[in-house]
Structure formats: structure tokens, C-alpha cells
Ligand binder design. Structure first.
Ligand code: ZN
Length: 198
């Protein structure tokens, strides 16, 4: 069985410039830092579980047909499935719910020693969540094109991220008059010795 693998530890600049190239299909135009992606081999059992969760989510009417599991040391530590409609939470994608559950179970906010198996290629939000969680690797089965043909906007959102902020479907407008006070809050955090870096 062939799975796609998404290198999580990408160069951040490349991720922002072209998320489409940051996941799944490695483009020769970009170089990836692969040292932290112990890609290894995918385990078919874990993907089968993610796909089963996807089917269940749809059948239970909790959300879209997407499932995910977080694996650590050859064992599933958390399961997630899409709960957008069941919880009125547009961010309750399978990958996000699985990451939240893994962090709750393990009692930490980083998952460097974990891999994520997702029934579908992560959308930009979930790819970013994988990045924030510092997951070691992401494996996925269905692609963004499969998601698009089922009516999900993943492919369009990847394209959206590449547009200038002011030309996005949801326009992003910079308010420079507030930039200094907002940046000062960040500088204060950066200089605070009591902070908990993440
Ligand atoms: Zn997502």
C-alpha cells in the first residue's frame, strides 16, 4: 500500500511561499530540511484506523469524512475525526482534534516523537497545526484533489495562501497605526525570563 508523506519540518519561508509544495509532492524548486523527519515506513494499520474513523465520523453525522490518529512508539496515543458540524467548530478537523487529544493525553504541547496519520492530505490549517505541534511526520491517503471533488475547499485554500493578503477571498488588511503597540507586546514577551517558549 502506498501512502504519501508530508515532511513537517519544512523551511518556514517555503511553507509560507508555497504551501502546496510543503506537503506531499516534493518540488525540486524548494529545498526541505528533512533531518527531523524520520520518514521510515508507513504502517498500514494506522492508516486503516484513520480511514475507519473517517467513515464513522460521516456515518454519525458529526462532521465530514475525515479521520486521523497520532502514533508514538508504534502505538496510537490519540484518535481524531472531523466534528465541525457536531460541535459548531469550524476548526474541529480530524488532524486538529487528534493533535489536541494527543497533547491532552501526553500532557505537553509538542509532539516531536509522534507521527500523524490522516485519511486525507491536511488542509493548510492542519498542516500549520502539525507544524506548531512539531510532529515528526504526517502520512496521508486521499489527496487535496480528492477533497476538492467531494466539495471541500482544501485546494482553493492552498492557492489562497499564495495570493497577496489584500487579494485573498477574506481580505487581510494591515493596520500600521497599531503595529507598534502590538509589536511591543511581543518584545515584552520575548524579554520576559518567566515565559514558556514554544
Ligand atoms: Zn484541516
Amino acid at each position: 500500500m502506498q501512502y504519501n508523506q508530508c515532511p513537517v519540518k519544512t523551511n518556514t519561508a517555503n511553507l509560507l511561499r508555497s504551501p502546496a509544495d510543503a506537503c506531499g509532492r516534493l518540488s525540486p524548486r524548494y529545498s526541505f530540511r528533512m533531518e527531523n523527519t524520520t520518514a521510515g515506513k508507513a504502517d498500514a494499520r494506522f492508516m486503516a484506523e484513520a480511514v475507519a474513523l473517517a467513515r464513522n465520523a460521516a456515518e454519525r453525522g458529526e462532521g465530514g469524512p475525515f479521520g486521523a490518529v497520532v502514533v508514538r512508539g508504534g502505538e496510537i496515543v490519540a484518535r481524531g475525526w472531523n466534528r465541525v458540524t457536531g460541535t459548531n467548530d469550524p476548526t474541529a478537523h480530524a488532524e486538529v482534534t487528534a493533535i489536541r487529544e494527543a497533547c491532552r493525553v501526553l500532557g505537553r504541547f509538542h509532539l516531536e516523537d509522534c507521527e500523524l496519520y490522516s485519511s486525507c492530505e491536511p488542509c493548510p490549517m492542519c498542516l500549520a497545526a502539525a507544524h506548531w505541534a512539531r510532529l515528526k511526520a504526517v502520512w496521508y491517503a486521499a489527496t487535496r484533489e480528492d477533497a476538492a471533488s467531494a466539495g471541500f475547499d482544501d485546494a482553493a485554500m492552498y492557492a489562497e495562501a499564495e495570493r497577496p493578503p489584500e487579494r485573498r477571498t477574506v481580505p487581510c488588511r494591515h493596520l500600521p497605526e497599531d503595529a507598534e503597540s502590538a509589536a511591543a507586546a511581543m518584545r515584552g514577551w520575548a524579554a520576559d525570563p518567566r515565559k514558556k517558549p514554544y
